[in-house]
Write a protein that binds this ligand. Structure first.
Ligand code: OGA
Ligand code: NI
Length: 183
């Protein structure tokens, strides 16, 4: 796990830098604000679970990630899906590939140029499934500013964002996310 985390952490930082440069920001912002101690690795195990037609039982509910970038490795079972043009698409397992998701913070930072992709995991009735996700996160006090004119989102700290997500999940049963921070 240490080796995996080290490798994907380097990859995440490199990708963030390339994406920032692509936006015209020569930026070491991510390297300065994302040290390994705020990033984390989540190891998911999805036990076999019957598929109920038309039910909303998921391995993981539809959501967007609350970080800059997520690097995901999934095993060969499959079940990850993402939204494109209002439709759910399966992300086919490929043992030689990692999945890179843009997270909410990158969407805010890029002023909506990059989109935090909504995704979910559907259940598998027979086989258990494993995945590992690395979340590139800033310090809690890092302020996320939209780079663009006019800014779409107000400035907020990562601490504030996480607190808002947690409050919404507790009060409403689901995350609201970035729309809360629109100007
Ligand atoms: C997550 C996630 C997907 C997967 O942990 O946020 O979206 O395939 N995981 O386990
Ligand atoms: Ni996710």
């Amino acid at each position: 796990m240490e080796q995996f985390a080290g490798t994907v952490s380097d990859l995440a930082n490199k990708l963030a830098e390339i994406l920032a440069e692509d936006l015209g920001h020569k930026s070491d912002y991510f390297k300065e604000n994302c040290l390994a101690n705020t990033c984390y690795l989540r190891m998911n195990r999805y036990p076999p679970c019957p598929m109920f037609p038309n039910s909303n039982v998921f391995g993981l509910m539809p959501h967007t990630d609350s970080d800059f970038l997520t690097i995901l490795y999934q095993d060969d079972v499959g079940g990850l899906q993402l939204v494109r043009d209002g439709q759910w698409f399966a992300v086919k397992p490929n043992p030689d590939a990692l999945i890179v998701n843009i997270g909410d913070l990158f969407q805010a930072w890029s002023n909506g140029v990059y989109k935090s992709v909504e995704h979910r995991v559907v259940t598998n009735p027979r086989v258990e499934r494993f995945s590992s996700a690395y979340f590139l996160c800033p310090f809690h006090d890092t302020v996320i500013k939209s780079c663009g004119q006019p800014p779409v989102y107000r400035n907020f700290s990562f601490r504030e964002y996480r607190q808002q997500v947690q409050d919404d999940v507790q009060k409403l049963g689901q995350k609201v996310g970035l729309p809360r921070f629109l100007l």
